[in-house]
Design a protein around this ligand. Structure first.
Ligand code: ZN
Length: 195
């Protein structure tokens, strides 16, 4: 049915009153994923300064709340960095920061997540892949978190090589892996349960 709108304002209001569908949200995430990647790269640099080994991790997400209309959609970018000031101090992961700030701002779902950091095998499962996956603590947090969902896409990617020429960046793509949250959980559980 062709809807009639008298003013732009009316068109905006009617569209704003409808929550975006899951497909629309995901589409927004796919379109934003490289922007999210570069936001996470910036945060990784911040993490480096707050981690005693200089091991920086950055994360970025598109978070959704149906009652709030932000220009172009009902989603907002949140970013986070990791920190662990001393070997014996509490670590605070980039992913955890993101979940905390999206929750505190009233968002109801993380549409998708991008995590950027130098590669190291998983501390807990020792699973070897090509990118840095969310750690055991973050996986446990996400497993039951109300803002996470089993099919949530998680893009894990390596940072750009140090000293890469700016002129090469437009044609350069990071090494990355894409999983659903439930796949990440399964991969690390499977390895751990191996005899
Ligand atoms: Zn973590």
């Amino acid at each position: 049915m062709l809807m009639e709108y008298n003013t732009v304002q009316e068109w905006m209001e009617r569209h704003e009153s409808r929550p975006e569908t899951k497909e629309e949200r995901l589409q927004r995430f796919w379109s934003a994923k490289w922007n999210l990647y570069w936001s996470a790269v910036d945060k990784m640099a911040e993490g480096k300064k707050h981690q005693y080994r200089g091991f920086g991790v950055g994360a970025a997400t598109l978070a959704f709340r149906p009652d709030k209309h932000i220009w172009g959609g009902q989603a907002k970018i949140f970013t986070g960095f990791n920190s662990k000031e001393k070997p014996n101090s509490q670590k605070h992961c980039a992913e955890k920061r993101i979940f905390e700030s999206a929750t505190a701002s009233g968002y109801v779902q993380l549409v998708g997540l991008v995590v950027v950091g130098p590669y190291q095998p998983d501390d807990f499962s020792h699973h070897e892949c090509s990118t840095l996956h969310p750690c055991k603590q973050c996986r446990d947090m996400m497993r039951n978190h109300p803002l996470a969902w089993p099919e949530m896409p998680i893009l894990t990617a390596l940072p750009p090589p140090e000293g890469i020429l700016e002129s090469l960046l437009p044609r350069w793509e990071p090494i990355c892996e894409l999983h659903m949250l439930k796949e990440i959980l399964e991969i690390h559980e499977r390895v751990t349960n191996c005899p």
